[in-house]
Ligand binder design. Structure first.
Ligand SMILES: [Zn+2]
Length: 123
């Protein structure tokens, strides 16, 4: 089954995916830098003579928060790349599981969706 999406509609989603890809890559790069900084700060804090250092505790919290943000961002980036692959294969807008067309309204909301609503809910 092929998806009947107008070339102009496809182009619009292609641009949105590229923008999203750039945005996520940038966030990840910034996070990497921040994590590098927190790692160094954390090591310095561990050497600190004051074990009850509140600053170190909050640093650790920030570090954990950024690490989970990084995981979410990487996950999202993978989805965007997957949607871009589907687009290259001419299968953009087709559910990966059931092969049905994904409604344009869903793609408008989530341009990187590669599953229909039903199948996305089953995952
Ligand atoms: Zn489906």
């Amino acid at each position: 089954m092929t998806r009947e999406l107008a070339e102009s509609t496809l182009d619009r989603f292609r641009v949105r995916l590229e923008d999203e890809h750039d945005r996520l890559t940038e966030i990840l790069e910034e996070l990497e830098e921040d994590l590098e900084t927190s790692r160094m700060t954390e090591t310095a804090a561990e050497r600190s003579p004051d074990p009850g250092n509140a600053e170190a505790g909050s640093m650790k919290f920030e570090y954990e928060k950024e690490r989970s943000l990084g995981e979410n961002t990487r996950d999202l980036l993978r989805k965007v790349e997957r949607a871009q692959e589907r687009m290259d294969e001419g299968k953009y807008g087709i559910c990966e599981r059931c092969g049905k067309a994904i409604p344009v309204a869903r793609l408008e909301a989530i341009p990187y969706a590669t599953f229909c609503v039903e199948d996305a809910a089953k995952r």
